[in-house]
Design a protein around this ligand. Structure first.
Ligand code: ADP
Length: 617
């Protein structure tokens, strides 16, 4: 049955109960009406007739008495009129015999009245028949006859009054029975109605509650939930639809699960097969996955550990800061490779790991986590160290013969220079220049390898930057003037003193200024400036020379890197590498901003001198 029909049936039952109560009340009213009607019909009319008969009798009695006393000579016609009225009332009373004894009483009334009439007629007809004393006749025959007839009328009246009283008592009983029975029927109907409504509404709502419960279980992931099919109404159809939907969702969920599991297995296999250590972090830097290589490295559990914080496992603030920075600022904010090396001591050996962090972004571009990779570069570090040591040893060994060669060439030129032919003299000059270049290269190599291997100690002191820069720039004044280049040093007094090795910083500044002089044309400008930014002083060497293409911006600080077209300028390609090593040794950084044709600005940072670190002047 459809819900609408069910509801209509429910209303129908309620209306039927209401109808029963209504019918019952009407029936009671009808019976009450009947009871009161009986009073009127059965008794009141008889009482009225008895009363009229009594009055008629009284008037007739008076007429007879007046006539007997000679007071009313014309009493007869009036008497006849009253007589007719009496019989009329008597007929009415006879017409309305409703009580068992009433017939007998009326007979007595009629008999007594007729006797009264006989006596009265005798008196009224005028003394002839009745003798000379009509008054005596009246008193002896008429008056007692009239009294008897009146008594009979009164008996009729009181019989009806008694019956009326009992009928009214009966009507009262009927009324109170009607009230109570209507109340009882109403109550029964109400109880039945409430019971029916409760049962009916429960039956109606039951499938909806089942559906609600099933929906809740479905949202909790129970895809096996089903709703009993129920009836053939709309809710039954809904339950069937729900079952089909849950089944489909279950299948879809299983399919997704299978796909996810297979993807996870693939990822696991990939992670296991990678020899680099890989740690996967969530957005709060808690570890969600670790591959066996990383687990071995940090002695933690591979697979999915109980989400410890990165710092609990890696225990290196620098790594954590880097990861945090990468996660917050995106993959572009990187550190140089040299600054991303983690040294770990394992079984008495120190091993070096180059780490890198890649943020994982969610669909809304928020950082959902980070993948941290540790690559073992111990062998590369070792090779680098060996290379530096070899370069240092080779340059050291080469420097002495090269100095000797330079001196010999100088002496040769001095002694026989004037006797040589022009061609020979040019050859000698070329040899001298080559030796000078080689010597410069060997010196640079030696310096660089010393710096890289940490053999050169820094003499860190409290020093005003303005004085180092001023002195260094003044060394290049003559050269700049000669080439028509405007060289200036513009460092404000308020720039804080730095904690640095003055000779090494002068070396960096010399490299940068000499480079600028090399790549700035006549009429160009070179400016050395500085400003303070927090705990650091930024030193700039800016020129408006030929500039450096963007792809070289990071690489120019690597060894032997020369921008195309710069060869032949007499450089060794090591100046900027040496400068970077020196700046790094001061814990600072160096970079270049440049665009081709507009010039370059090299910037390096030095730490501001502070008393709290226990620095000594
Ligand atoms: P080099 O001894 O060759 O100058 P550097 O390491 O000092 O070696 O510089 C590397 C390269 O960077 C140079 O060969 C040059 O191409 C480029 N370079 C350095 N400074 C400047 C500059 N101020 N203007 C343009 N190019 C520059």
């Amino acid at each position: 049955m459809r819900i609408r029909r069910k509801m209509l049936a429910g209303y129908g039952v309620a209306f039927a109960l209401l109808g029963v109560v209504l019918l019952w009340a009407i029936a009671n009213l009808v019976s009450l009406g009947r009871a009161t009607d009986a009073i009127l019909r059965e008794n009141y009319r008889s009482i009225l007739a008895a009363e009229q008969m009594l009055q008629t009798l009284a008037r007739q009695d008076k007429l007879v008495r007046d006539s007997a006393m000679g007071l009313d000579a014309e009493a007869l016609p009036a008497f006849r009129k009253e007589e007719a009225a009496f019989f009329e009332s008597l007929a009415k009373a006879k017409d309305n015999i409703t009580i068992h004894e009433e017939g007998g009483v009326l007979e007595t009334v009629e008999t007594e009245y007729l006797a009264f009439l006989g006596a009265a007629n005798g008196v009224l007809m005028g003394g002839t028949a009745s003798g000379p004393n009509p008054l005596a006749d009246y008193q002896s025959a008429v008056l007692p006859g009239g009294d008897r007839a009146a008594d009979a009328c009164r008996a009729l009246k009181s019989l009806n009054e008694d019956h009326m009283f009992s009928a009214s008592m009966n009507a009262g009983r009927v009324a109170s029975r009607a009230i109570w029975s209507t109340l009882a029927v109403g109550l029964v109907a109400m109880v039945l109605g409430i019971g029916f409504s409760l049962g009916f509404s429960r039956r109606l709502v039951h499938p909806i509650s089942e559906l609600t419960r099933a929906t809740r279980r479905l949202t909790e992931g129970d895809y096996d939930v089903r709703v009993p099919a129920g009836g053939a109404d709309e809710l039954g159809a809904l339950a069937q639809g729900f079952g089909a939907m849950a089944q489909r969702l279950g299948e879809y969920h299983k399919m997704n699960l299978r796909r996810l599991l297979s993807e996870q297995r693939q990822t696991d296999a990939v992670l296991k097969s990678i020899s680099d250590g890989i740690i996967v972090l969530d957005a709060d830097f808690h570890i969600t996955r670790v591959n066996p290589a990383a687990a071995n490295l940090f002695r933690c559990e591979a697979g999915e550990p109980a989400s410890p914080h990165l710092l609990e496992v890696v225990r290196d603030q620098k790594v954590f800061d880097y990861v945090k920075r990468q996660a917050e600022s995106g993959p572009s904010a990187g550190l140089n490779e040299e600054d991303r090396v983690l040294a770990l001591e394992r079984e008495g050996n120190v091993r070096y790991y180059l780490y890198d962090a890649r943020p994982v972004q969610s669909e809304d571009k928020a950082t959902a986590g980070t993948v941290l990779v540790f690559r073992d570069i111990t062998r590369l570090q070792e090779l680098d160290r060996m290379k530096s040591e070899f370069v240092m040893a080779a340059s050291h060994e080469l420097r002495t013969p090269m100095t000797g060669l330079e001196m010999s060439l100088g002496l040769l030129e001095e002694r026989v220079g004037e006797t040589l032919a022009a061609e020979q003299s040019a050859l000698l000059e070329t040899a001298r220049q080559d030796v000078a270049r080689l010597k410069a290269l060997i010196n640079d190599l030696l310096d660089l390898s010393r710096l890289e291997s940490g053999t050169i100690d820094l003499q860190l002191v409290r020093v005003p930057l303005k004085s180092i820069a001023g002195k260094t720039v003044s060394l290049f004044d003559a050269q700049a003037r000669e080439r028509g280049i405007h060289l200036s040093c513009d460092i404000p007094e308020e720039v804080a003193e730095v904690k640095a090795d003055p000779n090494k910083i002068a070396w960096v500044l010399s490299n940068l200024v000499s480079n600028a002089l090399r790549y700035v044309d006549a009429g160009g400008h070179i400016t050395v400036s500085a400003e303070q930014a927090g705990d650091w002083v930024h030193v700039h060497v800016a020129d408006d020379g030929k500039g450096i293409p963007e792809e070289y911006h990071a690489r120019v600080f690597d060894k032997f890197i020369q921008v195309e077209g710069a060869a032949g300028t007499g450089g060794t390609g090591l100046g900027l590498a040496i400068s970077r090593e020196i700046v790094r040794a001061h814990r600072g950084a160096i970079w270049v901003d440049s665009s081709v044709g507009r010039g370059s600005t090299f910037t390096f940072t030095l730490p501001v001198f502070t008393m709290k670190t226990g620095d000594t002047a």
